[in-house]
Design a protein around this ligand. Structure first.
Ligand code: ATP
Ligand code: MG
Length: 416
């Protein structure tokens, strides 16, 4: 039996309904803030991600699905959405539009990772990007909107971690300073941290052994090394979040996966998720558009995993499917009248279904009851014979002309 490939899944109708709720709320929350939907291809020229995500990142090093297009070009299934949105911004000259350009997207992304709960090889992200603004209010707005989206979707036990990375130059200097500090205190570090001081000194902040943890308490922090304008920008973002009543904790170890982040970085996690606790995050990427040969343009954005939102939100209020009318056939010969009546009902805005399974009349009524049909129209033989309209709530059934069926249901639903 052929099954879904490892790390992928089918979205069955019950799940599809929950995913539609996510999409509807994203459209509402982001639309109300003036964000417009954008869609980019599922695959891009590989170079976009090499340059736009960064060669040193986990994504580029180990997680990309890259293939030859058969004509010698290297393509890659998109692992993330920011670089493609920036490519589109540049390609379509969006810097000539009123700035900033505020965009949102929802779609499938692909990463070759070890599958587990909340981690798949094809997954969905909803994302928002604001291109063309360096205002701290942009960073704050994006954070507020993601928080709002998670709230309306009922994501549980969420926490917001916030930090600022300054510029890549500040980061490089800081890295050296931290490595030097770790070398001085090497005897108090765990062997593992000690062996990686020059490779990745920041990892020392994640260590759990008491010696390293104690050492890290007094280690220099990047937040204390920010250049004056970067520190000012961050203070303003924090003040806006404080005013908006958004709760966050400062996490000086928040690094985030992409090389191009500058200044603000943030991540929402959910304690309800277990090991893969990241629900969504993002930050400012003022250097990326330039990195992709566009005009120097500041930008900020986030992406959130739809599957993890759904895992974190225990109950999503999914509206029950309403069937206004089921058109049953007393005899097969009534099919032309029934087919026409069903079509008219749909054009009138009713949710209408036609018997398609050749059931007995009894079987059809049972089926109509099971799918929650409000009314059943039983079409008798021939095209002119009257129709029996059964109200499934009261059980009342009466004969009427076929053309009366739809007005009757519409009238009743207006009264209800
Ligand atoms: P993680 O730390 O879980 O690997 P990440 O830092 O790689 O996350 P981002 O690149 O920031 O994640 O992507 C944003 C969001 O997309 C994540 O917070 C998560 O909700 C979701 N996500 C990322 N990778 C996957 C995946 N393989 N399967 C499902 N969701 C994912
Ligand atoms: Mg990852």
């Amino acid at each position: 039996m052929i099954q879904t490939p490892k790390g992928t899944y089918d979205v069955l109708p019950a799940d599809a309904a929950r995913r539609e709720v996510v999409e509807a709320h994203a459209r509402k929350v982001l639309g109300a803030a003036g964000y417009e939907r954008i869609e980019t291809p599922a695959f891009e020229v590989t170079d976009l991600f090499l340059r736009g995500v960064g060669e040193a990142t986990d994504i580029v090093q180990k997680e990309m699905y890259t293939f030859d297009d058969g004509a010698g070009r290297s393509l890659t299934l998109r692992p993330e959405g920011t670089a493609p949105v920036c490519r589109a911004y540049i390609q379509h000259g969006m810097h000539k539009r009123p700035q900033p350009v505020k965009l949102w997207y929802l779609g499938s992304f692909f990463r070759a990772e070890a599958p587990q709960r909340g981690r798949y090889r094809q997954f969905s992200q909803v994302g928002a990007e604001v291109v063309g603004s360096s205002a701290p209010a942009t960073d704050a707005e994006l954070i507020v909107l993601l928080g709002q989206l998670l709230d309306v979707l009922g994501a549980r036990e969420t926490r917001l971690a916030l930090s600022s990375l300054g510029t890549p130059e500040t980061r490089a200097e800081y890295r050296d300073e931290l490595a030097a500090y770790l070398h001085v205190h090497a005897d108090r570090l765990s062997p593992e941290v000690r062996s990686r001081i020059d490779l990745n000194p920041l990892r020392a902040f994640d260590a759990t052994d008491p010696g390293t943890r104690e050492t890290m308490r007094d280690a220099p922090k990047l937040l204390e090394r920010l250049a004056a304008e970067d520190a000012e920008h961050f203070a303003e973002v924090r003040a806006l979040l404080d005013d908006a009543g958004v709760r966050y904790h400062l996490d000086p170890t928040l690094v985030r996966g992409l090389d191009y982040y500058t200044r603000t970085v943030f991540e929402f996690s959910s304690a309800a998720l277990g090991a893969q606790s990241g629900v969504g995050g993002g930050g400012r990427y003022d250097r990326l558009i330039e990195q992709l040969d566009g005009p120097a343009t500041p930008a900020c954005g986030w992406a959130a995993g739809v599957e993890r939102i759904l895992l974190s939100a225990a109950e999503l209020p999914v509206a029950p499917r309403l069937v206004d009318l089921f058109v049953a056939l007393a005899k097969p010969a009534g099919v032309r009248t029934a087919f026409a009546l069903t079509g008219q009902a749909r054009r009138a805005g009713l949710q209408a279904q036609l018997e398609l399974a050749g059931r007995s009349l009894r079987g059809q009524l049972k089926h109509a009851d099971r799918i929650g049909a409000r009314y059943v129209a039983i079409v008798a033989d021939g095209s002119v014979a009257p129709v029996s309209l059964k109200d499934m709530e009261s059980g009342e059934q009466r004969e009427t002309d076929a053309e009366n069926v739809i007005p009757t249901i519409l009238r009743a639903s207006r009264l209800a």
